[in-house]
Ligand binder design. Structure first.
Ligand code: UT7
Length: 325
């Protein structure tokens, strides 16, 4: 009998400080940066985002999301034998945020590591956890996307600072003879490093280069719509399914126009696309598990439904996970 991995609990957490577009526009105006609610809504669909307080790190957001997911799964932290955190904004250069999270959860002994695939991080982390569970290397995994992107934003650059937010989402994945994750599909093309990056690095106790996010938005946009369609079709083909059979598409939440375009290419109504970008902004690796948990807790995403998770982002990286909830 095939051994699958199945989601048995979801959770999420947003830091309490919520900034509507109007709040952000006001803060930016005080710094001499001009933008507007109209521009942000029309070009991105974003209406609000959450920012963590300066003393709150990705592991703190991850902890709250993980505790919710564990509670939903009816498990204790000590039941978990694998923790994978997808993040581009780790608490420290090392050790991993996953190790810090493990300790904060009050667990020890299982494997714990971070995955760095920027906005595709959660889809990458789910694929690795699924493979480890299928192979018998792990039985009960906690897979988390957690980010404090507010730390790496250039608040003088209006083309990027209005887009991102902070948050975390988590799932518990358990071994099961019932599906579960049906298929996964991951890709990267490193020639696109420069279109979305934080180019700085640490040397001799100092950050060398620029420690803030740089993005060529139009180049990212064009690549994103193409690869999201390709990856969606690839993962469906692997499982012998058609786009029309999808109950939910949960794409990375970067821009409503990218999601609409992906849905159109797949001939999928937007009623089958989970959208949280309006309230969360782009939370990078946290966006997919945040949207998944919002759908589950809101009673929209139901047990047994066919769900596709999709990520795309810096690297360039992209991929999809197809699963039965
Ligand atoms: O998470 C990883 C994946 N990331 C993404 O998927 C992001 C992909 N890219 C995008 O979502 C879009 O390209 C953006 C939202 C970043 C930009 O939207 P766009 O429709 O591609 O706008 P644009 O870059 O072509 O800029 C149009 C105009 C420019 O002015 P001019 O040159 O036409 O006079 C910009 O200077 O909008 C201006 N602009 C702004 N105006 C007001 C750029 N940012 C702002 C702003 N407020 N915040």
């Amino acid at each position: 009998m095939r051994r699958y991995s199945r989601i048995t609990g979801t959770g999420s957490y947003l830091p309490p400080r919520r900034l509507s577009n109007a709040d952000l526009v006001r803060e930016l105006a005080a710094k001499g940066v001009e933008t507007s609610d109209e521009w942000i809504v029309e070009r991105t669909g974003i209406r609000a985002r959450h920012f963590a307080e300066p003393d709150v790190g990705s592991s703190d957001l991850a902890l709250k999301a993980s505790q919710q997911a564990l509670q939903a799964a009816g498990l204790a932290p000590t039941d978990i034998d694998l923790i994978i955190v997808a993040t581009s904004t780790p608490d420290m250069v090392f050790p991993s945020t996953a190790c810090i999270l493990q300790h904060k959860l009050g667990s020890a002994g299982g494997a714990a590591f971070d995955v760095q695939a920027v906005c595709s991080g959660f889809v990458y982390a789910m694929t690795v956890a699924d493979a480890m569970i299928q192979s018998g290397a792990a039985n009960r995994a906690l897979v988390v996307g957690a980010e404090v992107f507010s730390r790496i934003l250039d608040f003088k650059d209006r083309t990027t600072c209005v887009l991102f937010g902070d948050g975390a989402g988590a799932v518990v994945l358990e071994a099961s003879d019932k599906p579960g994750i049906l298929a996964t599909d991951l890709h990267a093309d490193g020639k696109h490093v420069d279109i979305l990056c934080v180019p700085g690095h640490v040397t001799g106790g100092q950050v060398l280069g620029d420690p803030l996010l740089k993005m060529d938005g139009q180049a990212v946009f064009k690549l994103a719509v193409g690869v999201l369609e390709e990856s969606a079709r690839a993962v469906l083909a692997k499982a012998g399914k058609e786009p029309a059979q999808l109950d939910w598409l949960i794409p990375h939440q970067a821009n409503i126009r990218i999601m609409q375009s992906t849905a159109k290419r797949l001939k999928l109504s937007m009623d089958h696309v989970m959208v949280t970008v309006d309230q969360h902004g782009n939370t990078s690796a946290a966006s997919v598990p945040l949207a998944l948990d919002a759908g589950v807790r809101g009673g929209r995403i139901l047990p047994g439904q066919l769900v596709m998770l999709e990520g795309v982002g810096g690297g360039f990286t992209w991929g999809a996970v197809l699963l039965n909830l």
